[in-house]
Design a protein around this ligand. Structure first.
Ligand code: SF4
Length: 725
C-alpha cells in the first residue's frame, strides 16, 4: 500500500468510480467497454457463453451472454474474472532457450530451429519413438487436430497423449466398452427433465458451478449424491450417500441387484438393444443390500431407497466426474454406471442419461480429434478401413498411420525414467503439479536430453525445468472451437493480441511443420484455424461426431451446435459390431494403498471453485487468489482431537513417498473419520508429492483419490509450505 493510500488521499477513485454503460447501466467506470467480443469460457467443460468487453483494445471486463443456452446469463467466479488472465504478470512473453544453465531470451527463429534440430538429433540416435508429446484440453479443436497430424506424420512418433488422461480417460474407455464409442449420450437439458438425478463423485458446485443452476431449477427431481466427502454438492442433496472411498462399484452393483429383485428392469430394451444381461444378472446376485451395506458403510434402507427411486423414475440421470474417473477401476466404474442406464432404458431419452461431466473447456474436442487413444473422428488404430479412409482424405499412404496407439501419459513418463523417451514436448499443462508421485516425474525429467514447454505462462514449476520455453497465446487471444460436455461445439474468438512475442499454438505448429518440410503435404494452404476446421469437417463426416454441416458463423449465431443432436442412441442402436450395448460384470476391488500402521489416513484430493488446475491461470488473478490463497487439509474433529491438533495448525502430511509441510488444518465434519482431503491446485503444497503411481490398466488414468498418509504437526511453528521444501 502506498503512502497516499495510507494517508487516505488515494481512494482508488479510478478503479471504483461509477459511469454509465449504454448496455448495462451504471457500472464501475473502469469496466465500461467500447466493444464486445462474444466467445466461450476457457476454463471448464460447462462451456459458458461469455463476452469480453474491450476499451481501446484492452480487455477491461467480461459478461455472460444473457441468452446463451448453456449458462443463461450467469458465470462462476472464474468466468467472471477471466479477462485478468490475459494481463497476468506471469504471462510467457518471449521464447527462452537454456544457455549455460539459464533460460535466455532468443528469437522465434532460433527457438524453433533449435527445437527441430535437437528433436531430430535425439530421434536419429534413439529412434523416432524416443520423442514424446504431452498436450492438453486447453487447445482449440483446430489446434489439437493440427498438432496430431504434426506429431504423428511430421515428427513421426505415436507417443502422444495429453492431460485429459489425468481426468477423462476413464470416461472415454468406459463408454467405448459399454457403447462401442466415446461420446456422452445426454445433455444438460436432461438435468432439467430428469425426475431422479444421481451424482457420483461429482462435486459440481465447486467444479462445474453453473450446472448447479439446473439442479436449483428442477426442484421436482430427487437429487442423490454419493461421495465420501460432504461436498457443497452433497449439501444440496435430498439423499446423501456417504460411501466409503472406492465402494461406488459395490453401490452400483447393489442398486442393480435391487432393480432385478423388484422387477424394475426394462426387459424389452435389454432384449432389443443389449448383450450380456443374463451373465450380469447372475454376477450381481452376490451384491445383496446386506453385503453392499458392509462394503459401502451405507444403511441397507438407504441403498434400497436409492435403487427404488432410480428404478421407478420416468427419467433418471447419472452424472459423474473425477470421483469415478480418478481410480485404478475408473473405466470399469463407468461401465457399472452404464449397466444401470441400460437395464432401465435410461438412455437416449429426455432426462435419461449416463453422463460424464468433462473437465477442461475442450477435453471433448481433443477426444474427438483423437490421435491419442483413437484416430480422428473416433476411428480405431487397429481398423484397416479406418486408416485407409483417413489416408485417402489426407492424400497419404495408409502405411504412415500407426496401427496401434502409442504410449499413454503415465507410460511416456515411465519411458522417460527408463530412458526410452529422450525428448519431450509439453503443451499447456503443468505436470510438476498435476502428475501423481512427483519423485517419479522428477526422475523422468532428469533423464531427458531435451524438454520443450509451450505455455501461456512463465514461470511455472514445469517451464522452470525446460530447456526451451515457447510462449503461447491463451484464451481471448486466439480463434477456434471448443466442444463442451454435452457435445456442444462453440466458437472461441480472439479479442486482443497476445502479449510480447507470444503466438497462437496454431501458428507455432504450422511454423514447425514448415521447418520439418511437411507443411505443404499435411497442411496445404492452411493459414488460419478455419482452414483446419474445414478439413476436420471432412474428416468427421459420417462419424458419430459429425461436424460436416457446421459453419463458424452458424455456430456463433446459435450459441453452439451439438454434434449428434441433443441426445445419442435415441434409436437404441450403438456403434458396436452388432449394434448392441454391452453389460459388464465389475468386481469391487480395494484401492491399491490401504491405510494402516504408519499411514492411517486415506488421502483424498480435489478442487475448489476459485482455482483452476495448478493455478497457472488463476494464481495471479487477485480476486480468486485472495479468496483461496493457500492449500488446506480437512480432518474430522475426532481425528484432530486424537492427534491434539486444532484449527489453523500447520501440519505435515506424509505418505510412503514424500511429505508436504506447513499445510493449514481445517477441522471439519465434511470429511469422515480416517479420511483427509487436500486441494490439488497448489504447487507450494503439492498433493502430488504424496499420491502414488497407480493407474487404471484400461484407461491409464491415475488413482488420485486414495492413498495412505499420516499427519503430524509441522515441527517449526508457523512454517509455511514452499514449492521446493
Ligand atoms: S462454470 Fe465453467 S465454463 Fe462456466 S464460467 Fe465457470 S469455469 Fe467458465
Amino acid at each position: 500500500m502506498n503512502l497516499r493510500r495510507l494517508a487516505g488521499l488515494d481512494i482508488l477513485s479510478e478503479q471504483y468510480s461509477y459511469g454509465h454503460d449504454p448496455k448495462f447501466g451504471y457500472v464501475a467506470s473502469s469496466k465500461i467497454a467500447d466493444r464486445w467480443v462474444r466467445t466461450t469460457c476457457g476454463y471448464c467443460s460447462v462451456g459458458c457463453g461469455i463476452q469480453i468487453g474491450l476499451r481501446k483494445n484492452r480487455a477491461v471486463t467480461v459478461r455472460a451472454n444473457p441468452d446463451h443456452a448453456v449458462n443463461f446469463g450467469k458465470l462462476c467466479p472464474k468466468g467472471l474474472s477471466e479477462h485478468y488472465t490475459m494481463t497476468a504478470k506471469n504471462r510467457a512473453l518471449y521464447p527462452l532457450l537454456r544457455k549455460n544453465g539459464r533460460l535466455t531470451r532468443v528469437t522465434w527463429d532460433e527457438a524453433l530451429s533449435t527445437m527441430v534440430q535437437r528433436i531430430g538429433d535425439v530421434q536419429s540416435r534413439h529412434g523416432r519413438e524416443s520423442f514424446g508429446v504431452l498436450s492438453t484440453g486447453q487447445l482449440v479443436t483446430e489446434e489439437f487436430y493440427a498438432l496430431g497430424k504434426l506429431v504423428q506424420l511430421g515428427f513421426g512418433t505415436k507417443n502422444f497423449d495429453g492431460n485429459t488422461t489425468l481426468c477423462m480417460a476413464s470416461a472415454v474407455s468406459g463408454y467405448k466398452r459399454s457403447f462401442g464409442s466415446d461420446g456422452p449420450p445426454g445433455c444438460y437439458e436432461d438435468l432439467d427433465k430428469a425426475d431422479v438425478i444421481l451424482l457420483i463423485g461429482a462435486n459440481i458446485a465447486d467444479n462445474h458451478p453453473i450446472l448447479c443452476q439446473r439442479l436449483e431449477r428442477n426442484r421436482e427431481a430427487a437429487l442423490i449424491v454419493a461421495d465420501p466427502r460432504v461436498t457443497k454438492t452433497a449439501m444440496m442433496a435430498d439423499i446423501y450417500l456417504p460411501v466409503k472411498p472406492r465402494s461406488d462399484i459395490a453401490l452400483l452393483n447393489g442398486i442393480a441387484y435391487v432393480l432385478i429383485r423388484e422387477g424394475l428392469v426394462r426387459r424389452d430394451y435389454i432384449e432389443q438393444h443389449t448383450t450380456g444381461f443374463d451373465d450380469f444378472a447372475r454376477f450381481v446376485e452376490k451384491f445383496t443390500p446386506e453385503h453392499v451395506a458392509r462394503v459401502t458403510g451405507l444403511e441397507e434402507e438407504l441403498i434400497c431407497r436409492t435403487a427404488l427411486l432410480y428404478g421407478r423414475a420416468n427419467a433418471a440421470f447419472i452424472g459423474w466426474t473425477m470421483g469415478v474417473n480418478h481410480s485404478t477401476q475408473g473405466a470399469e466404474t463407468v461401465s457399472a454406471i452404464c449397466n444401470l442406464a441400460l437395464m432401465t432404458g435410461n438412455i437416449g431419452r429426455a432426462g435419461a442419461a449416463p453422463f460424464s461431466i468433462t473437465g477442461q473447456c475442450n477435453a471433448m474436442g481433443t477426444r474427438e480429434a483423437g490421435f491419442t487413444s483413437s484416430l480422428p473422428g473416433y476411428r480405431k488404430f487397429d481398423r484397416a478401413d479406418d486408416r485407409e479412409e483417413l489416408a485417402t482424405i489426407w492424400g497419404i499412404d495408409a502405411s504412415r498411420i500407426p496401427t496401434s496407439r502409442g504410449l499413454a501419459y503415465p507410460d511416456i513418463i515411465e519411458a522417460a525414467v527408463a530412458k526410452k523417451i529422450r525428448a519431450l514436448w509439453i503443451i499447456a499443462t503443468n505436470p510438476v503439479v498435476s502428475f501423481p508421485n512427483f519423485d517419479v516425474l522428477k526422475q523422468a525429467f532428469e533423464n531427458l536430453e531435451f524438454l520443450v514447454v509451450q505455455d501461456g505462462f512463465h514461470p511455472t514449476p514445469t517451464t522452470e525445468l525446460a530447456g526451451l520455453v515457447l510462449p503461447a497465446a491463451i484464451w481471448g487471444e486466439k480463434e477456434g472451437t471448443y466442444t463442451n460436455s454435452e457435445r456442444r461445439v462453440s466458437k472461441v474468438n480472439r479479442a486482443v493480441e497476445p502479449p510480447g512475442e507470444a503466438k497462437p499454438d496454431f501458428d507455432i505448429f504450422l511454423d514447425l511443420a514448415e521447418r520439418l518440410g511437411v507443411r505443404d503435404e499435411l497442411f496445404p494452404n492452411w493459414n488460419q484455424p478455419r482452414d483446419a476446421f474445414e478439413e476436420w469437417k471432412r474428416v468427421s463426416k459420417g462419424r458419430l461426431c459429425d461436424y460436416s454441416s457446421m459453419e463458424y458463423e452458424v455456430i456463433e449465431r446459435e450459441g453452439g451446435i451439438q454434434w449428434g443432436g441433443s441426445r445419442l442412441y435415441e434409436d437404441g442402436r450403438f456403434p458396436t459390431e452388432d449394434g448392441r450395448a454391452k453389460f459388464f460384470a465389475v468386481e469391487c476391488e480395494p484401492f491399491p494403498e490401504q491405510p494402516g500402521g504408519e499411514y492411517p489416513f486415506i488421502f483424498n484430493t480435489g478442487r475448489t471453485v476459485e482455482h483452476w488446475h495448478t493455478r497457472t491461470k488463476t494464481g495471479r488473478v487477485a480476486i480468486l487468489e485472495s479468496m483461496s490463497p493457500r492449500a488446506w487439509l480437512e480432518m474430522n474433529p475426532k481425528d484432530a482431537s486424537r492427534l491434539s491438533l486444532k484449527p489453523h495448525d500447520r501440519v505435515t502430511v506424509i505418505s510412503p513417498r514424500s511429505r508436504v509441510d506447513g499445510v493449514e488444518l481445517r477441522v471439519t465434519e465434511i470429511v469422515a473419520p480416517g479420511q483427509v482431503f487436500m486441494p490439488f491446485h497448489y504447487a507450494e503444497a503439492n498433493s502430488n508429492r504424496l499420491t502414488q503411481s497407480a493407474f487404471d490398466p484400461i484407461s491409464r488414468e491415475p488413482n488420485f483419490k486414495q492413498c495412505a498418509v499420516r499427519v503430524e504437526k509441522t515441527p517449526l511453528p508457523g512454517k509455511e509450505a514452499t514449492w521446493n521444501s
